[in-house]
Ligand binder design. Structure first.
Ligand code: COA
Length: 432
């Protein structure tokens, strides 16, 4: 049967599509700005019919209605990354957290976390009947491949991204057309502290390096200071509008990449319409599932790979906490460890952990003698490379515990250096 006939047969409303979800099902939702809002809304509206549906999601950018208190018993969220709209449900014991490296999510989806239903948002089919996963290929494509039932929201505003990013209409079980804006992540405010951090990070980046950048103000600030660099490349789990600016300025060319030369390799995107227009049908950008892009062995094939990520606390041994404040889970590991390890294995690679020196408007030092009780170490002291704050750079790799402590105290906020020095003198039995 021609795909156009199949497409017409599968077309339905969101309310009709979600009837394919049954009580007790595991539903995996497409990632970040690709989440299919109409399908989520319809599934939640159908709550009276449903019991014990597990909703698995990584970064949730919408309002996550399945996490509301009145949804208890109908839906239970299993968070692969905790964000602003899911944190309360986790804290109140109404949602679960599964710690998992981003690179390993597809393997889980093919195994113990196998989905009954995948809810995805796609571009309209091309002339051969293939829809693109657009801004999120990551675990979203593997989820659709593993699911028994695939419900797709088809949006003409979803960019058609290239790479291993397509699914054929014949694989979809329901098609719901919805022409609406793709969620946008406005560029974050970059203040003086972030600018200082950006400047220090940029000084560790050399012409021809390939970059991984995390989400937020710090990666954006780093990009501000790269305007004089030449022939940078991208192999990153995600990127945002800042990268488009550097491509247009001729700074990011991917020309010196030894792996996927000429291409920016990425697994998901978050930004504004400007970014989504840039990636649409653009052969310069290749998107692959996250078990490829974030596999440390794949990352390591890029020479001179520099990873830049953020964290909430670093102790004097260099243990990095990124996902929790004490026992309180505030995010997820995402690709941080994938990229730190990949950078460590890359010839000429470097990994940078960048953070403001304080939290809570200067009341709390992020460099501490001991990590908070209950906090989980994200990047171990064996993996950490450079730590950067607005006060400078501490190189930790290959350094003794004493050297690490000295270097970290040197980039702590001056208000907290006295207390940290006293700890140093107690611990190492020598004057600072
Ligand atoms: N003690 C107490 N509270 C702290 C703290 C500390 N040491 N450090 C941060 N916090 C609080 C902040 O005050 C803020 O609280 P609020 O939301 O009530 O204002 C909250 O924790 C988040 O901190 P913030 O610095 O605003 O976070 P961010 O948006 O810059 O994100 C991470 C930083 C670490 C959470 C984020 O980078 C992350 O999740 N990293 C792991 C995933 C990753 O690196 N993926 C790879 C790239 S995508």
């Amino acid at each position: 049967m021609h795909w156009t006939t199949l497409y017409e047969q599968k077309k339905c409303t969101a309310a009709q599509a979600v009837k394919k979800i049954q009580s007790g099902d595991r539903v995996v939702v497409g990632h970040a700005v690709s989440e299919p809002a109409r399908l989520i809304e319809a599934m939640t509206a159908d709550a009276p019919r449903l019991r014990d549906v597990e909703v698995v999601h990584m970064i949730a950018m919408g309002d996550s209605p399945y996490c509301r208190p009145e949804m208890e018993g109908h839906f239970r969220h299993n968070a692969l990354f905790v964000g602003a709209n899911t944190r309360k449900a986790v804290e109140e014991g109404r949602a679960d957290v599964t710690p998992v490296y981003f690179s390993e999510i597809p393997a889980l989806l093919r195994g113990s976390l196998s989905p009954d239903v995948a809810l995805v948002q796609l571009s309209p089919p091309d002339s051969h009947g293939y829809c693109s996963f657009g801004v999120a290929v990551d675990y979203t494509k593997p989820a659709a491949e593993a699911a028994r039932v695939v419900l797709a929201q088809i949006n003409p505003r979803m960019p058609r991204t290239l790479g291993d990013s397509f699914i054929h209409v014949s694989r979809l079980d329901a098609v719901v057309e919805a022409d609406e804006p793709i969620l946008e992540l406005p560029p974050p405010a970059v203040g003086e502290v972030e600018r200082a951090i950006g400047r220090h990070c940029a000084s560790l980046i050399r012409d021809g390096d390939t970059l991984q950048l995390g989400i937020g103000a710090i990666p954006d600030a780093v990009l501000l200071f790269l305007k004089d660099k030449k022939d940078l490349g991208i192999h990153s789990e995600m990127f945002s509008d800042g990268v488009v600016e550097l491509v247009e300025a001729g700074v990011i060319t991917n020309a010196r990449k030894n792996f996927h030369p000429g291409k920016s390799v990425v697994t998901f995107l978050m930004g504004t319409r400007r970014l989504y227009d840039y990636v649409h049908d653009n052969p310069e950008v290749e998107m692959y599932p996250v078990d490829y892009v974030n596999d440390p062995r794949v990352i390591a094939q890029n020479d001179n790979l520099v990873s830049i990520n953020s964290c909430v606390q670093v102790d004097l041994m260099g243990q990095v906490v990124s996902t929790s404040v004490g026992l309180r889970q505030i995010s997820g590991v995402g690709g941080q460890v994938d990229f730190v390890r990949g950078a460590n294995m890359s010839r000429g690679g470097r990994s940078i952990m960048a953070m403001p020196s304080t939290a809570a408007h200067g009341a709390i030092s992020k460099i501490v003698p001991l990590i908070d009780e209950g906090a989980a170490v994200t990047t171990s002291r064996y993996d950490v490379g450079y730590v950067v704050t607005e006060y400078g750079t501490a190189e930790l790799r290959g350094k003794t515990l004493r050297q690490r402590a000295r270097a970290l105290i040197g980039i702590a906020h001056p208000d907290f250096r006295g207390g940290l020095r006293e700890e140093y003198e107690r611990r190492f039995r020598e004057r600072f």
